[in-house]
Design a protein around this ligand. Structure first.
Ligand code: SF4
Ligand code: SF4
Length: 153
């Protein structure tokens, strides 16, 4: 066999391998385009739901009579490492408890969303919800008072 023939054969082999690799690459691209789960969402039209157990904004819970479950024991404020919970206790207007929170405020700009307040509460009265995307335009809007914590507004 001549040297020229050898060279042509090598060239053809090289080209066929090269085309196979291009084909593989195209198949991989198409696979990701059609079959693999997409992670990009078109926010704000499309919104992701927070994972279960996500620690977002706080909520004060109510009992079955619509009263705050909180008994103003200060356990959450004591446990809070950011010192961002401020409670003013008052004498409860109901016979089944001594105190209730006259005022309850959380500074969400200081909060580190650790969840210690929820863990410390003996009455299951406070929880961190899965809400994370509330936009505020002033610092004051991030000071959540009792009304906001109880009713979400
Ligand atoms: S989540 Fe942590 S930092 Fe935020 S209020 Fe509760 S205890 Fe404090
Ligand atoms: S620990 Fe619970 S009951 Fe006690 S003050 Fe905090 S929210 Fe209220």
């Amino acid at each position: 066999m001549h040297d020229n023939d050898n060279g042509t054969e090598k060239k053809n082999l090289f080209h066929s391998i090269y085309l196979i690799e291009i084909f593989k690459g195209m198949m991989n691209t198409l696979k990701h385009f059609w079959l693999v789960k997409k992670f990009t969402v078109q926010y704000p039209e499309e919104k992701l739901k927070a994972a279960k157990g996500y620690r977002g904004e706080h909520r004060l819970k109510k009992d079955d009579q619509g009263r705050p479950k909180c008994v103003a024991c200060f356990m959450c404020a004591t446990a809070c490492p950011a010192e961002c919970i401020h409670i003013k206790a008052g004498e409860a207007p109901w016979p089944d408890r001594d105190k209730y929170p006259e005022e309850f405020e959380i500074d969400l700009l200081r909060c580190i969303y650790c969840g210690y307040c929820e863990l410390a509460c003996p009455c299951d009265a406070i929880e961190l919800t899965e809400t994370f995307n509330i936009v505020s335009t002033t610092r004051g809007e991030k000071l959540y008072n009792k009304e906001r914590l109880l009713n979400g507004k």
